[in-house]
Design a protein around this ligand. Structure first.
Ligand code: MG
Length: 246
């Protein structure tokens, strides 16, 4: 039987709060910056919302939005940097976590060391986390990009290994909770750790590849299952056959 996990690592985007909420605010900020640059800000905003809906993960989103909004390709080199900066600098005042997340995180934090492993621009990820109000519940937060840019993002195992070190537990005794099989479940598998997938957010329909130990529909459900796994007692295989002393 697999030994019980000793610490829990949670993802941020689409695990603790709906990332669409953040993206909507950032798109508004880019629209305003486009207006300030003399463009049709509403048109740029609308095009960016469409690009983000098609997938928020790829680079070049603002370039594609500007082209879709009718901006000549030759104007992009001058326009893109300030608009990317407007996106990056966007600091949401408040990002409302998914229902039940604060209480579920509190319960996890009381049961085991709790950390957060997230991909993305470190400035942006810090602003998001601050806006959720959840940071005090997370003993350690690691943004993979600080370890080596995009190449260090999940499922690259470096971030999870660094967290295991920081928490003082073997990496294969971590339990990862996250929404993306290709990142959160895969990074757990890469170090021999267990994972619970939450089917919500932008990747809710992604196939279970690789397969998680369990798939749940919400963070509180995943946390409840994590608490059960953390409380598992390892019974030595022979103890059932031990002679009774009664
Ligand atoms: Mg995520």
């Amino acid at each position: 039987m697999t030994p019980p996990p000793l610490a829990v690592v949670v993802d941020l985007d689409d695990t603790l709060y709906p990332q669409a909420e953040y993206l909507a605010g950032a798109a508004v900020a880019v629209g305003a910056a486009a207006t300030a640059a003399g463009l049709d800000g509403e048109r740029v905003h609308a095009a960016l919302v469409r690009e983000l809906a098609a997938g928020s993960d790829a680079g070049g989103t603002i370039d594609r939005a500007l082209l879709a909004a009718g901006v000549p390709a030759g104007d992009l080199p001058a326009l893109v940097p300030p608009l990317v900066a407007a996106f990056t600098r966007h600091e949401p005042a408040r990002l409302v976590p998914y229902p039940g997340v604060p209480a579920a995180l509190e319960a996890l934090a009381a049961a085991a060391p709790l950390a957060c492993l997230t991909d993305g621009n470190p400035v942006i990820q810090a602003a998001k986390l601050a806006a959720t109000g959840l940071e005090p519940l997370l003993a350690v937060v690691l943004v993979t990009d600080t370890l080596g840019g995009r190449a260090a993002r999940k499922p690259s195992p470096g971030g999870l290994l660094a967290l295991a070190d920081a928490l003082g537990v073997p990496a294969d005794r971590l339990l990862v909770i996250g929404d993306r099989p290709g990142k959160d479940v895969a990074v757990a598998a890469a170090v021999g750790a267990r994972a619970i997938r939450i089917r919500q957010g932008e990747y809710a329909d992604a196939p279970d590849e690789p397969r998680a130990e369990a798939v749940t529909g919400s963070f509180p459900e995943a946390a409840a299952l994590a608490l059960v796994l953390l409380a598992e007692v390892v019974v030595p295989a022979r103890s059932a056959a031990a002679p009774s002393m009664g």
